[in-house]
Every structure is written in structure tokens, then in C-alpha cells.
Design a protein around this ligand. Structure first.
Ligand code: DAK
Length: 257
């Protein structure tokens, strides 16, 4: 499969999508969002893939939605456009998705990273939601997911002032899981992704579903959901294999069954 705006590679159970519009600092145009979804469709359907990494270049994960594409849009254009549903589909994927962010993650670029299950970033990463400077507001989840990630005070401040948050503060605030040097970022992310891909896919997808439930339902409902998920893993071969492997003092060989 070849693409115009992204690169797709597969290795050791991991699918790696690299945003590839270097001249526009990976600004998200419709074609790029469409192609990310095509690549994700392929990776979701590929039984050998257990985890997906989304990354950009050293200078920019993505510098936002493509302002040149957006500038002349009218209300009906944007209302009927499928950019939103394509963006929603990225967040609804079932396999774990990690963002490896180096450089700028601005506007839609920051929102794209927030759609992933967790973010690793390089020490040169800069996160911002600068839509207010363009006379618009975040449109693909920024006001919601950023607030859930870092809380009201910092989300309000970032969205209203457009200031850039650097890597160290992003880690302290809970926006990113870990910070690496820019030289190490991709290798460390791929190593984490490979570890996830080795696990039972039933478990990893259930964990993702259960954690995401915490943002949607009450604690009592979330606990009930988790408990039912826990009960159901005892119907899998992977639970038998995982526990037998511990008893036998050998690595588990999961079949995702
Ligand atoms: N869109 C289009 N082109 C961009 C771009 C962007 N967001 N960001 C950078 N570029 C292009 C520049 O125009 C320039 O192209 P040429 O002039 O060489 O042709 C090239 O990338 C290099 O950029 P600079 O020359 O500006 O590079 P610098 O290192 O000097 O500055 C920068 C880097 C990232 C600080 C600067 O480029 C910048 O401020 N970029 C814009 C950041 C920004 O405001 N991002 C957009 C936020 S608004 C929607 C959903 C979501 C959204 C919209 C719609 N729908 C559901 C429809 C989201 C909106 C946003 O993201």
C-alpha cells in the first residue's frame, strides 16, 4: 500500500504510521486524515499487528489542521465535510494506539495526539491549541480531551491564551506518559509498542475499553464493566496460557483466543 501523505511500516507486531508532509510541517489536510484511516483500517484487520504507533518528523508531529485548506471554507462546506467523522474514527480504533510526538503538536496536531491512547514525547515537544489566534476554536476534541487529561485550569489557560506547553510540563501535567530525548523517542516508543503487541490481544483491547469507560460512566458503572470484562477473560485460552506459563516458569505464548 502506498500513500501520498503518510508512510506505513510493520515490524514485530507493530504498525508504524509516519505523517509525511514535511514542507507543511505535517499540517493535517483531508487527504492525510483519509490516509491515516486507510492505514488504520489495514492495521486493525491485520492479525499480526497488536499495537500501532503514530509519529511525525523531528520538527513537527503536526502543526495543526491545514490552514491553507481551511481558510476559504464556508459553513455548509465544513458542516457537510466528513473530516469530523474521519477524525472520530481515529479515536474509535480498538487496538492500542501510541503517539510519539517530537517538535510541534499544535491545534489539530495536538488533538490527533490526544486521540491516541497515550503520548510519549521528545524533549523538544511543544503542545498548544492556538485556534483562538485564528478566530476559531478547537474542533476535533481539544476542549474535551485536553481538559480530561490536564484539568480545567491548564486547559482553559492553554485554549484561551494559545501558549505552548513544553515537554517537562506536559509530563508533570499528565498530558504525556513519558519524555525521551529526540534521538531516543521512536525507538523507546516502538519498544513499548512491541511489548504491548506480545500480550494477549484480548487483554490489551479489554484494558483499553475499560480505561476509556472511566471517562464515560459513573464509578459504579465502570467497576461493573471492569468486573464483567474480568469474568470474561476466564473464557479465553490466553488466560489459561498466561497462568500456566507463570507456573511453568516460561514466557507465555498468546494466541489471542
Ligand atoms: N497549515 C498549513 N501550512 C502550515 C501550517 C498549517 N497549520 N503550519 C505550518 N505550515 C507551513 C507554513 O505555511 C510553511 O509553508 P511555506 O510558507 O514554506 O509554503 C511551512 O509549513 C513551514 O512553516 P513556517 O515557515 O511557519 O515554519 P516556522 O519554523 O517558522 O514556524 C510554526 C513553525 C509551527 C510555529 C508555524 O508554522 C505556525 O505557527 N504554524 C501554524 C500553527 C497553527 O496555528 N496551527 C493551526 C491551528 S488551527 C477541523 C478540525 C480541526 C481543526 C480544523 C478543522 N474540522 C473538523 C474541519 C483544527 C484547527 C487547527 O489546528
Amino acid at each position: 500500500m502506498t500513500f501520498a501523505t503518510i508512510l506505513l511500516e510493520k515490524r514485530k507486531g507493530v504498525g508504524l504510521i509516519t505523517l509525511n508532509r514535511p514542507k507543511a510541517l505535517n499540517a493535517l489536510n483531508s487527504e492525510l486524515i483519509y490516509e491515516i484511516n486507510l492505514a488504520l483500517d489495514d492495521l486493525e484487520n491485520d492479525q499480526t499487528i497488536g499495537c500501532i504507533v503514530l509519529t511525525g518528523s523531528e520538527k513537527a508531529f503536526a502543526a495543526g489542521a491545514d490552514i491553507k485548506e481551511m481558510a476559504e471554507l464556508t459553513f455548509p462546506n465544513i458542516y457537510f465535510d466528513d473530516f469530523f467523522s474521519l477524525a472520530d474514527r481515529i479515536a474509535q480504533r480498538r487496538k492500542p494506539l501510541i503517539a510519539a510526538v517530537s517538535g510541534y503538536a499544535l491545534g489539530g496536531g495536538c488533538e490527533l495526539a490526544l486521540m491516541c491512547d497515550f503520548i510519549y514525547c521528545a524533549d523538544n515537544a511543544k503542545f498548544a491549541l492556538p485556534e483562538v489566534t485564528l478566530g476559531v476554536i478547537p474542533g476535533i476534541g481539544g476542549t474535551q480531551r485536553l481538559t480530561l487529561a490536564i484539568g480545567k485550569a491548564k486547559a482553559m489557560e492553554m485554549c484561551l491564551t494559545a501558549r505552548q506547553m513544553q515537554a517537562a510540563e506536559a509530563e508533570q501535567s499528565g498530558l504525556v506518559a513519558r519524555v525521551f530525548s529526540k534521538e531516543e523517542l521512536l525507538e523507546q516508543t516502538l519498544q513499548a509498542a512491541e511489548k504491548i503487541a506480545e500480550k494477549s490481544r484480548v487483554s490489551t483491547i479489554m484494558i483499553k475499553e475499560s480505561i476509556n469507560r472511566a471517562f464515560e460512566v459513573s464509578l459504579a458503572e465502570g467497576l461493573r464493566f471492569e468486573r464483567r470484562m474480568f469474568h470474561s477473560v476466564f473464557a479465553t485460552l490466553d488466560q489459561k496460557e498466561g497462568m500456566q506459563a507463570f507456573i511453568d516458569k516460561r514466557p507465555a505464548q498468546f494466541k489471542h483466543q
